[in-house]
Design a protein around this ligand. Structure first.
Ligand code: HEC
Ligand code: HEC
Ligand code: HEC
Length: 363
C-alpha cells in the first residue's frame, strides 16, 4: 500500500512512537483541564478573612462551601413576638400561686411568653412548674447567670452593640433545645491512671486535649482554677525544673497550646484570628479579637466558679462528671464552632427580661 521506499526507510530508522504520544496526551489533558477550570471555576474555592496588617500572612482561610454552611442548630430557634400587656393586667405573681419569684413582677402575658420560650429553648416542657423538680432550682440560677452574661459581660456577649448590631445570649445560645447543652465539660482528672502530676494528664488523646497528646487539664487549670496562661517571653529557659512551681516549663507551654487549640476549634478559626504568630507574647501585636477572648476568659471563670460549680449540689448524680464535679462551660458551649454564636444573631432585643435583673414596674 505504502511506497516501497517508505517501508525501507522505516525499517532502517525505527522510531519509538509511544514517548511523543504520551507527551501529546499529557499536554492535551492539561489543556482540557485548564479549559474546564477557566470555564467553570475550580470546584473547591477558598476564601480568607484577613485579620492583620497586609503582608503579615494573618489570614483565616476556609472553603467557601464550608463557610457558607450555617450552624444547623440555629434553625430550631423559636422566638414568639413581643406582647403588649393589656392595661390593668395582673402580674405573674398576682395571677399564679407558684410564679417564679425572679420573674413574678412581669405582667402575666409577658411571663407566659417568656416561660413558654424558655421551655422550648431548653427542651423541658414543664420547666418552672414546681420547686420539687431540681430543674426549677437550676433554671432560677440560669436566669441570674443569663442576666450576668448580658449585663456585666456585655463587653463580650454584645461586643459590637456600638455598630448597631445587638447579639447577646439567651437560654438557646447554650441549650439549643436540649436540657444539657452541647460543649460542656468535666474535670478529666488523671487520664493516665498509673501516673501523677504532668505525666498523668498528657500524652493521651482525649476530647479535652483536642485529640492531641497535649495536656487534657487545660480547661480545668485555666478556666476554673484561673492559672496564668502566659508562657512566652524572650528570656532563655536553660535553667530551672518543671517541678519548681514558679518556673514556666515546656509542660506549661503545652498546656497553653492545648487551651489555644480549644479556643481555635470552639470558634472555627486559627491562631492568627487573635495573634500575630511571630510574637504570641506581645499584646501590642494582637488583633481586636484577642481582647474579646481576654474578656471571655474572665467571664467563663466567673460563671464556672460562681454559678455552675455550686449547682453541683442540686444536680442529680447522673448529670455530674466522672470525679463527681458539676458540668462547666467554656467557649464551645456558646460558640459551637462558629466565630460568633448563632452567627451573631440578635438574641436579646426581643427579650429585655433576660438582659438585666427585672425591677418591678407598675402598669
Ligand atoms: C452559658 C450557657 C448557658 C446559658 C445561657 C443557659 N444555660 Fe442552662 N445550663 C447550662 C449548663 C452548662 C447546664 C448544666 C448541664 C447539666 O444539667 O448537665 C445547664 C443546665 C440547665 C438546666 C438543668 C437541666 C437538666 O436537666 O439537668 C436547666 C433547667 C437550665 N439550664 C435552664 C436554663 C434557662 C431557663 C436558661 C435561660 C434563662 C439557661 N438555662 C441558660 C448552660 C447554660
Ligand atoms: C480567640 C482568640 C485566640 C485564639 C484563636 C488563639 N489565642 Fe492564643 N491567646 C489568646 C489570649 C487572649 C491569650 C492571653 C491569655 C493571657 O495572657 O491570660 C493567649 C495566649 C497565648 C499564648 C501565651 C502568650 C504569652 O503571653 O505567654 C500563646 C503561646 C498562644 N496564645 C498561642 C496560640 C496558638 C498557637 C494558637 C492557635 C492554635 C492560639 N494562641 C489561638 C487568644 C487566642
Ligand atoms: C456565654 C456565651 C459565650 C461564651 C461562653 C463565650 N463567648 Fe465569645 N462571644 C459570645 C457572643 C454572643 C459573641 C458575639 C458578640 C457580638 O457579636 O456582639 C462572642 C464573640 C466573640 C469573639 C469576637 C468574634 C468576632 O467576630 O469578632 C471572640 C474572639 C470570642 N467571642 C472568643 C471567645 C472565647 C475565646 C471564649 C472562651 C474563653 C468565648 N468567646 C466564650 C458569647 C460567648
Amino acid at each position: 500500500m505504502l511506497p516501497k521506499w517508505f517501508d525501507d526507510w522505516n525499517a532502517k530508522n525505527p522510531t519509538d512512537v509511544y514517548r511523543p504520544a504520551i507527551l501529546v496526551g499529557v499536554v492535551g489533558a492539561a489543556v482540557v483541564v485548564a479549559g474546564l477550570l477557566v470555564a467553570y471555576g475550580q470546584p473547591w474555592p477558598t476564601q480568607s478573612l484577613q485579620t492583620g496588617p497586609r503582608g503579615t500572612g494573618m489570614h483565616v482561610p476556609d472553603f467557601v462551601a464550608v463557610a457558607a454552611r450555617p450552624d444547623p442548630t440555629v434553625a430550631a430557634y423559636v422566638s414568639p413576638p413581643p406582647v403588649e400587656p393589656a392595661p390593668g393586667e395582673p402580674t405573674a405573681g398576682e395571677a399564679y400561686e407558684n410564679a417564679e419569684p425572679l420573674l413574678a413582677s412581669l405582667p402575666q402575658s409577658q411571663y407566659d411568653r417568656l416561660v413558654g420560650a424558655m421551655r422550648e429553648w431548653t427542651g423541658i416542657p414543664d420547666l418552672l412548674a414546681g420547686e420539687e423538680n431540681y430543674q426549677t432550682v437550676v433554671a432560677r440560677r440560669m436566669i441570674q447567670m443569663t442576666w450576668l452574661l448580658n449585663d456585666a459581660w456585655s463587653g463580650h456577649t454584645n461586643a459590637y452593640a456600638d455598630d448597631g448590631t445587638n447579639a447577646g445570649v439567651n437560654c438557646f445560645t447554650c441549650h439549643r433545645g436540649q436540657p444539657v447543652p452541647a460543649g460542656i465539660w468535666f474535670d478529666p482528672g488523671s487520664t493516665v491512671k498509673v501516673m501523677a502530676g504532668w505525666g498523668g494528664v498528657q500524652n493521651r488523646v482525649t476530647m479535652l486535649s483536642q485529640f492531641t497528646s497535649l495536656p487534657s487539664d487545660a480547661l480545668q487549670k485555666y478556666l476554673v482554677e484561673g492559672e496564668s496562661i502566659k508562657v512566652h517571653d524572650l528570656e532563655s529557659r536553660v535553667e530551672g525544673r518543671a517541678s519548681d512551681p514558679d518556673y514556666i516549663a515546656w509542660q506549661h507551654t503545652e498546656r497553653t497550646f492545648s487551651l489555644m487549640n480549644y479556643f481555635s476549634n470552639s470558634l472555627g478559626v486559627n491562631c492568627v484570628f487573635c495573634h500575630n504568630s511571630r510574637a504570641f507574647y506581645d499584646p501590642g501585636q494582637v488583633t481586636p479579637q484577642w481582647n474579646n477572648a481576654m474578656l471571655a476568659i474572665q467571664m467563663v471563670l466567673e460563671v464556672n466558679n460562681d454559678y455552675l460549680i455550686p449547682l453541683g449540689e442540686v444536680l442529680p448524680a447522673e448529670r455530674l462528671g466522672p470525679l463527681g464535679d458539676a458540668p462547666k462551660i467554656a467557649c464551645m458551649t456558646c460558640h459551637k464552632g462558629y466565630q460568633r454564636p448563632m452567627g451573631g444573631f440578635d438574641m436579646i432585643s426581643d427579650w429585655p427580661e433576660l438582659t438585666a435583673e427585672i425591677v418591678a414596674v407598675g402598669n
